[in-house]
Write a protein that binds this ligand. Structure first.
Ligand SMILES: C[S@@+](CC[C@H](N)C(=O)[O-])C[C@H]1O[C@@H](n2cnc3c(N)ncnc32)[C@H](O)[C@@H]1O
Length: 409
């Protein structure tokens, strides 16, 4: 039976939500839509009255591909919506902040992508997971990825022919680096002598900088160097890297503005040194990160670089063993950039530590707002929030924020 609904708002996944709640993917507030309700999901969906914010999706793959959720909406609408997601998360904790203008990364700027590859009777099928999760959509004209990544998809296909199983889907993470393409494969056949040899030959044939297979480095022709400020770092295979260079720069600028003038900085959840190494141009930095391979990479990058102030590293689980107030007291600024879960335990200690400035970078507005509430309750002021959108057309929202100790001046 066809039913009609009016969309009230977008949910966190970017789906339209009508009273019920009824979820209507790829619809916009104010639109009247019709379809058949299966549970809470509207299927066979038709947009009866389109919003004036609805646009023709720029990418021809959008209909089938699951990589983007918001290409049917005008850029300004998406930008305002992302800022509003953060404002709403803060309001749910009784907080408000000055929102700086959003920064959105340009089209075709993603420098890293995980391509799904399945072996088929005829060869391979490679692309992004489709909107229905067991499908794979080819993406030769993807508007997200740097063209060099799209050009590398045949490499992912070739690797699947060598080491993909018929049953599973290979996850091939392609990352652009100064040394060339850095490739990390997960979900392939177990390594044995012949496969290792074939993969090493493929590394040569395709001119890859590095190839790793389920975490094991098979071959490295060139160091897959990433540049953080003046330092070159070779991150461990598959390690975290900000999705676009443009987004990384926007976050770094926000962090630099937040901690301006600080001379001793703790960089927590430091990764391979995205922030620590540029910050070390003007300040001593103590970088703390859970993955020892990343702190090692950071340390080596610092040792190779010239003209940086001292950077020390510590591999430490900050969920279980956060830095305590007496460890934090020598720092005049703290930068933190936790995973989606946020930094509840560390923020509880920062609340006690009363540091002059905190720059908090977050990829989850909800856990950010929870942690912000702890800091504000302790006596910090949330001065501003800068939304940075490096996941263009997705429902994902990232931000950087500045907290200072004491009341607003
Ligand atoms: C969002 S990334 C940020 C990394 C870095 N700041 C950057 O911009 O490249 C979060 C980092 O937190 C690290 N991490 C995750 N859980 C952790 C934990 N319990 N303790 C310490 N570090 C952790 C991850 O390894 C990852 O490097």
């Amino acid at each position: 039976m066809t039913q009609y609904f009016t969309i009230n708002r977008l949910g966190h996944q970017g789906d339209g939500i009508a009273d019920g709640p009824v979820y209507a993917p790829r619809t916009l507030p104010g639109e009247v839509v019709s379809g058949t309700l299966i549970g809470q999901l509207l299927t066979d969906l038709r947009v009866e009255t389109p919003s004036d914010q609805r646009v023709k999706p720029p990418c021809r793959h959008y209909k089938a591909c699951g990589g983007c959720q918001l290409q049917h909406a005008a850029d300004d609408f998406v930008a305002d919506w992302k800022v509003e997601v953060v404002r709403t998360a803060l309001a749910a904790q009784g907080l408000e902040a000055q929102m700086r203008p959003i920064h959105t990364s340009p089209e075709r700027s993603r420098r890293r992508a995980t391509i799904a590859v399945r072996r088929t009777k005829k060869g391979t099928l490679a692309g992004f997971h489709g909107r229905a999760s067991d499908t794979i959509t080819k993406i030769p004209d993807c508007h997200l990825l740097d063209p060099a990544l799209i050009a590398a998809i045949p490499v992912a296909e070739a690797l699947a022919i060598l080491g993909g199983s018929r049953k599973g889907v290979l996850a091939v993470t392609l990352t652009l680096s100064e040394g060339g393409l850095d490739v990390a494969v997960k979900g392939g056949k177990p390594l044995d002598g012949p496969l290792e040899l074939a993969l090493a030959q493929a590394t040569e044939k395709h001119g890859l900088a590095r190839l790793s297979w389920d975490g094991e480095v098979i071959a490295m022709r060139q160091p897959p160097m990433q540049r953080f400020g003046g330092a070159g770092v070779v991150p461990p295979p598959g390690a975290f890297l900000q999705a676009t260079k443009d987004g990384e720069q926007a976050l770094l600028q926000a962090v630099l503005q937040a901690i301006q003038g600080a001379k001793r900085i703790a960089d927590l959840f430091a990764g391979s040194g995205t922030f620590s190494l540029p910050l070390a141009e003007n300040a001593e930095v103590h970088a703390v990160e859970g993955e020892a391979a990343m702190t090692d990479a950071l340390d080596q990058g610092w040792r190779r670089a010239q003209g940086l102030k001292r950077v020390t590293t510590e591999s430490r689980d900050l969920f279980r063993r956060p830095l305590m107030p007496d460890e934090l007291k020598s720092f005049d600024a703290v930068v933190l950039d936790p995973p989606r879960a946020g930094a509840e335990a560390q923020v509880a200690e920062l609340a006690q530590a009363q540091r002059p400035v905190i720059a908090y970078v977050s990829c989850n507005p909800v856990t950010f707002a929870r942690d912000a509430k702890t800091l504000v309750n302790a006596g910090y002021t949330l001065e501003w929030v800068q939304v940075v959108d490096q996941f263009r057309w997705s429902s994902h929202t990232e931000l950087a924020a500045r907290f200072v100790w004491g009341p607003a001046s």
